[in-house]
Design a protein around this ligand. Structure first.
Ligand SMILES: [Zn+2]
Ligand SMILES: [Zn+2]
Length: 189
């Protein structure tokens, strides 16, 4: 059995949190880490007890949903609420932080930002992170980490395909099926 890396472990946690998002426009998750320990997590959602976008629709101003608190801010606020220091901490986010989150993360003393997907990466945010000496690095989640049966499934599909081939299925059809299987089992987007 392969052991997953810290990067993959924390990023997987953020992806899991993103599934709790209540705004359908963008599902984001964030995990704050200190000394290899998770100290807080957050997702894109309304204020506690507030109406959710998924129930009442988004509240749009200038094409931005203003109903929700961003995942990164929610994670920081969890630290504020319970008095957990964020100085020198690191954050794992599913998407590149917006400008407001960028400023808040810097101000809260975070030193490293790991993000999975590019998302309208703002030039000024990149500048600010750089000026503040915050390391920013893309860490994509390897999807097969969440699927422990991945290798077994791939083997099974390969076996089925070779049986079909032996039965005399067209070469091009087999190629297409192989291509699809490869995409399904190995995609890391
Ligand atoms: Zn919304
Ligand atoms: Zn944000």
């Amino acid at each position: 059995m392969e052991r997953i890396s810290w990067h993959q472990y924390f990023m997987a946690q953020s992806h899991l949190l993103a599934l709790r998002s209540t705004c359908t426009r963008l599902m984001v998750g964030a995990t704050i880490v200190r000394d290899k320990r998770i100290i807080a997590g957050g997702y894109n959602g309304s204020i506690s007890g507030g109406k959710h976008c998924i129930d009442d629709g988004c509240y749009l101003i200038d094409d931005h949903c203003v109903r929700t608190v961003h995942a990164e801010i929610n994670a920081l606020l969890q630290c504020a609420k319970f008095g957990v220091p964020t100085e020198g901490a690191e954050i794992y986010v599913t998407h590149f932080p917006c400008l407001n989150c960028c400023k808040s993360l810097i101000q809260a003393g975070l030193k490293k930002v790991f993000y999975a997907q590019d998302y309208k990466n703002h030039e000024f945010a990149i500048d600010l992170f750089q000026q503040a000496g915050v390391e920013v690095k893309q860490v994509e989640l390897e999807e097969m980490i969440l699927d422990t049966n991945n290798k077994e499934k791939l083997m099974f599909t390969a076996q089925l395909l070779s049986k079909l081939e032996a039965q005399g299925l067209e070469g091009t059809e087999i190629e297409q099926l192989k291509e699809k299987a490869n995409r399904l089992y190995t995609a890391t987007s």
